[in-house]
Design a binder for this molecule. Sequence first.
Ligand code: HH2
Length: 261
Amino acid sequence: MGVVNVTPDSFSDGGDNVDPGVAIAAARRLLADGAVLVDIGGESTRPGADDVTLDEELRRVIPVLEGLVGHPVSIDTSKAEVARRALALGARLVNDVTALRADSDLAGVISDAGAYVCLMHMQGQPRTMQVAPRYDDVVGEVCAFLEERLSVAVAAGIPEARVCLDPGIGFGKTVAQNLALLNRLDRVCAIGPPVLVGVSRKSTLARVLGDPEGRVGSDAASIGAAVAAFDRGATLFRVHDVAAHVDALTIAVAVERGAER
Ligand code: HH2
């Protein structure tokens, strides 16, 4: 899954794609590089980010979605109306970082459209989530949350086969908590649905490499984390540098199989 943030303030590509033509070209490039989906987002969820109004989010993403009709797209939103408009324009998956908690109409919109959904774990809200994340058992609590949200989605009419789960790296978690989750990703995978990991360029990577103020991790560090996540069972990767991840993960898959294909 290639990332296209149509926002002025995203942590790694903020401002790059505010022009719809530039965003559409970026998305096409990511698909040509081997992405199976491009994730279009009009609201930054980086730590400290402010909420965006419905009108502003629609103004950002609709022209981009219109320019990508016929291409495989996911919409990164928590708002039912944004999802409804995106699905009408052909989006296949709704990537909701609140796991259907922010807008009570969203689950119905997804089930009516027969779309896929990604349910992600987040402790708190983007504005304050990194202030003091607290868990007694981060892996157990994230798994319990994802199991509960999966039940909610299924009860709302979204078939389990259309759900993927995401531990939410960097969403209300310290570096140590992110690493614990990546280390025990097998437990998230054991819940059942495919697991998506979004660790690309996140600050945890820079911190592990010794930069205590680091805000953006390198692509090399992102690939290392993605391959480690693959080894533990993740099958979907939300990334910025698609071409390099496709190469790295193609090799990881070949080694896992012990065969070229
Ligand atoms: N991370 C970000 C945004 N959306 N969705 C899922 N499912 N998983 C993630 O880890 C995830 C996500 C944050 O990254 P980015 O989109 O690059 O930045 P921003 O939120 O500042 O737009």
